[in-house]
Each structure stands twice: as C-alpha cells, then as structure tokens.
Ligand binder design. Structure first.
Ligand code: HEM
Ligand code: HEM
Length: 202
C-alpha cells in the first residue's frame, strides 16, 4: 500500500513527543514498582523494594497527567483528522484490507491509546503511595490501575504496529522531525493565543 506521510502541525509533534516520553517512563517505572513490591502475577525481580521507586513513578505520572491534558486538547482542536471521526462510524461498509480500512484502523488505534492512557491516569490519581509499603495490595483501585497498565501496554504496541504498517520508517521520522512550515513558527504562537482569548471559539 502507498506510504502516507502527512505534514503534522509542530505543536502536535511537540506534545506527542513529550507525552510519549512521559507515558513510556510511567509504564516502565510503574512496572518496576509492581515488580519489586507486589509480583503476584509474575515477577522479574529487577529491583529490590525501594520507596524511592514509588516517588519516581509518582513524579513522572504527575507530569504526564498535565502534559496529557494539553495533548488531548491539542488533538481534539487541531489533530481531529488523526482520530476516529463521524465518517468512520457512519460508513462501515469498507472491505477489510482496503487502504482506507487500514487508515481507519490507524485512527481508531490513535483514539484507543488516548482512552487507555486516560484510564491509567484516572486510576493512578486514586492510588495512595503508602499502600504498597504497608502491604495493602487488595484495593480495588490498585487492581484497576494494574489492569489500566496492561491495557495501555497493549494499546501502545498496536499503535506502533499500525503506524509501521501504514507509514513505515518515514511516518515515524515525521513524528520526531523538527522542521516546520512558516505558519507553524513558534514566534506566532503568542499572537495566536492572544487572538484566541479575545475571541474564544470552542
Ligand atoms: C503512550 C504514548 C503515545 C500516545 C498517547 C500516542 C498518541 C498518538 C495520537 C493521538 C496520534 C495521532 C496524531 C497526533 O496526535 O500526533 C499519534 C500519532 C502517531 N504516533 Fe503516537 N502516541 C504515543 C506514543 C508513540 C510512540 C512511542 C511512537 C513511536 C516511537 C509513536 C508514533 C506515532 C506515529 C508514527 C504517529 C502518526 C500516525 C498518524 O499519522 O496517524 N507514538 N500518536
Ligand atoms: C501506564 C502506566 C501508568 C500510568 C500512566 C500511571 C499513572 C499514575 C498516576 C497519574 C499517578 C498519580 C501521581 C500523582 O499525581 O501523584 C500514579 C500513582 C501511582 N501508581 Fe501508577 N501509573 C502507571 C502504572 C503503574 C503500575 C504498573 C503500578 C504498579 C504497582 C503503579 C503504581 C502506582 C503507585 C503505587 C502510585 C502512588 C504513587 C504516588 O502517589 O506518589 N502505577 N500512577
């Protein structure tokens, strides 16, 4: 199939990169917390029980929460075309395997990973940093947080696989490319934000 490499607005790429970095850091540190303090569903014993690990995870996750909020707004405002839209939902008679089918699946998986992270962040906010050190591993919110971790891991793997299938290396590079068009120049951002506040449109 033809490799599709659309131009992505700079602000989308910046937030995507920052969000991806913090999300992967939260996934890894979250796993290390589970691996050292719990391990009931499988254990690699990579680290020993360590209070600092919980704090490190909490710090990455805390920043991810705010960056994700901004990323979600940017996606809804200017990245709508990369997410599932009303056309995808209304015209379902597309044959499996057609190019358009793959692009729809890609948009669906872009949307799914946003929802998976929302679940991880929402359940994360319900955690108490003292549960694991006190040996309390049966809280319902703790189980939900673990399930959210697994869902996010699966969603991220699918997100990467479909992007590789649809756009390959060029698409990956386009997400981390620092070049931008003149209308995307960060020098214009201040004026654009001011103009928006003068005439807010939702
Ligand atoms: C958990 C972290 C991630 C989330 C929540 C996420 C979310 C998204 C979303 C919503 C889009 C749609 C367009 C946009 O907003 O820029 C997108 C596009 C994309 N992402 Fe991610 N992403 C994550 C991690 C990654 C990672 C680690 C990579 C690669 C190393 C990656 C590669 C891509 C590519 C190549 C596209 C373009 C796909 C398209 O054109 O629709 N993403 N991502
Ligand atoms: C997708 C991966 C994960 C994300 C996005 C995530 C997100 C979060 C968030 C947002 C918080 C609240 C931080 C705050 O505002 O103070 C949190 C706390 C916490 N998470 Fe996760 N988490 C993930 C995976 C895990 C896993 C696998 C564990 C394993 C046990 C875990 C254990 C904890 C603990 C113990 C806290 C409390 C730490 C504190 O409040 O300082 N997380 N997480």
């Amino acid at each position: 199939m033809p490799k599709l490499v659309p131009y992505k607005p700079l602000v989308l790429r910046l937030f995507h990169g920052l969000n991806a970095f913090l999300a992967i850091a939260s996934l890894i540190t979250g796993f290390l917390v589970y691996d050292s303090w719990d391990g009931r569903f499988g254990q690699l014993s990579l680290t020993v029980k360590n209070r600092a690990l919980i704090d490190i995870h909490g710090t990455f996750a805390f920043w991810l929460f705010w960056v994700f909020l901004a990323f979600a707004v940017v996606n809804i405002k200017i990245g709508k075309s990369y997410l599932t839209n009303s056309q995808d939902l209304s015209k379902l008679n597309v044959k499996v395997g057609q190019n358009v089918w793959w692009y729809r699946l890609q948009r669906l998986l872009n949307t799914t990973i946003l929802l998976a992270l929302t679940l991880s962040l929402a359940t994360g906010k319900m955690q108490d940093e003292n549960w694991l050190p006190r040996g309390e591993v049966n809280h319902i919110w703790y189980y939900l947080h673990l399930i959210a971790w697994l869902v996010t891991l699966i969603a991220l793997s699918c997100h990467l696989l479909i992007s590789a299938k649809v756009g390959g290396k060029t698409l990956f590079l386009s997400m981390f490319n620092s070049k931008y068009r003149p209308q995307d120049d960060p020098k214009l951002w201040r004026d654009k934000i001011r103009a928006w506040f003068k005439n807010p449109r939702w």
